[in-house]
Design a protein around this ligand. Structure first.
Ligand SMILES: [Zn+2]
Length: 296
C-alpha cells in the first residue's frame, strides 16, 4: 500500500519522516535550476536545512520537558510534532525562535563560507556561487519567511508569546491568529493575481529584501495557494483549541478588552454568537499542520 510518509531515520532519538509531497518539490527544484544535478543537490540542501531548523525547535522544546514525537518533511516545509507546547510564554518564545535562529546561522555560513573558500582558492567559482544561493540565500529566505507574524508560523508564535506578557492566552492567540489569517488571505490573493495574470507591483523596498519579496509575490503560485490555505485553517484551528483548553471556551476573546467593558475573564461571553462557545472537536490531520505542533 502507498503510504503518505516514509521513515528516513532517527536522530537524537527523534524519528524523521519524508512526505510523498516532496516529489513536487523535487520536480520544482529541477525545473527552477534547469539541471538535474543542481536541482537534486539544491533540493537535498533545502531538506537538510529544514531538518536542522526543525531540530532547533525540537531540541529546545525537549530542554523544557516536551516529548517530540517526530519530524516530518513535506513540500510546504517541515513540522515537529510535540506532545505539548511549553506553557510559559518565554519558553514558547524560545522554542519558536530556535528554528529561525538555526536558519540564520546556516544562511550566514552559506554566504560567508563560499566567500572565504573562494578567497583561499579552495573552491572554483561555479560551486561557490551554487552554495551561496542553495545554502546561504535559501536559508536567509527561510529565516525571513518564518519570522512573518502569521500565526501559527514561527513569527506568529513569537508574537503570541510577547502578547501573552500583557494579556490572557486566549486574547493573545485571538490577535495572533487574526493576523495569521490576514496574511494567509493575502498569500491566496497574490496567488490568484498570478493565476489571472494580474501584474503585482514591486514593493518600494531597496536591495535584496525588495527583490525577494517581489519574487515571492510574483512567482510560486501553487506554493502560495497551498501555504495560504493551510495557514488560514491552521490559525483558526489552533485558536479554537486554545479557547477549549482555557476553560472550555467560556473565556471569550473580548473579555477584558476596554471597548467591551472590564468583564471578568471567567464570565460567559454574551450570547450573540460572536465568541465560539463550543468549538468542534480538534481536527486531526497531518497534512494541515505547519512547523511546530502540539499533538493532543
Ligand atoms: Zn520553524
Amino acid at each position: 500500500m502507498l503510504k503518505s510518509s516514509y521513515r528516513l531515520g532517527t536522530l537524537f532519538g527523534i524519528p524523521v519522516y519524508l512526505d510523498l509531497s516532496l516529489i513536487i518539490l523535487a520536480a520544482y527544484m529541477v525545473q527552477a535550476y534547469g539541471s538535474l544535478h543542481e536541482g537534486v543537490a539544491a533540493g537535498l540542501l533545502l531538506l537538510v536545512s529544514i531538518t536542522l531548523h526543525e531540530f532547533g525547535h525540537s531540541l529546545t522544546a525537549r530542554a523544557f520537558g516536551c516529548h517530540v514525537r517526530d519530524i516530518t518533511l513535506m513540500v510546504t516545509g517541515g513540522r515537529a510534532t510535540l506532545s505539548h507546547l511549553p506553557r510559559r510564554p518565554w519558553q514558547e518564545l524560545l522554542v519558536a525562535a530556535a528554528g529561525p535562529a538555526v536558519s540564520l546561522l546556516l544562511g550566514l555560513a552559506g554566504v560567508l563560507g563560499p566567500l572565504f573558500l573562494r578567497a583561499a582558492r579552495l573552491l572554483p567559482e561555479a560551486p561557490a556561487a551554487f552554495l551561496t544561493y542553495a545554502l546561504g540565500v535559501m536559508n536567509l529566505v527561510l529565516f525571513g519567511f518564518n519570522l512573518l507574524p502569521a500565526f501559527p508560523m514561527d513569527g506568529g508564535r513569537i508574537l503570541r508569546a510577547l502578547l501573552q506578557l500583557r494579556m490572557s492566552r486566549v486574547r493573545a492567540t485571538w490577535i495572533a491568529s487574526r493576523i495569521g489569517r490576514l496574511l494567509a488571505g493575502l498569500m491566496i490573493f497574490f496567488a490568484l493575481c498570478n493565476i489571472f495574470r494580474i501584474p503585482v507591483p514591486k514593493p518600494p523596498l531597496p536591495g535584496l529584501a525588495g527583490n525577494l519579496i517581489w519574487w515571492f509575490l510574483s512567482s510560486g503560485t501553487f506554493l502560495k495557494l497551498l501555504l495560504g490555505w493551510m495557514l488560514f485553517n491552521a490559525a483558526e484551528r489552533e485558536y479554537r483549541q486554545v479557547l477549549q483548553e482555557e476553560g472550555g471556551g467560556r473565556q471569550g476573546p473580548f473579555a477584558g478588552f476596554p471597548f467591551f467593558g472590564r468583564t471578568s475573564s471567567r464570565t460567559p461571553p454574551p450570547d450573540d454568537g460572536r465568541a465560539v462557545v463550543s468549538p468542534p472537536p480538534y481536527a486531526r490531520g497531518g497534512a494541515t499542520r505547519i512547523d511546530v505542533h502540539k499533538e493532543d
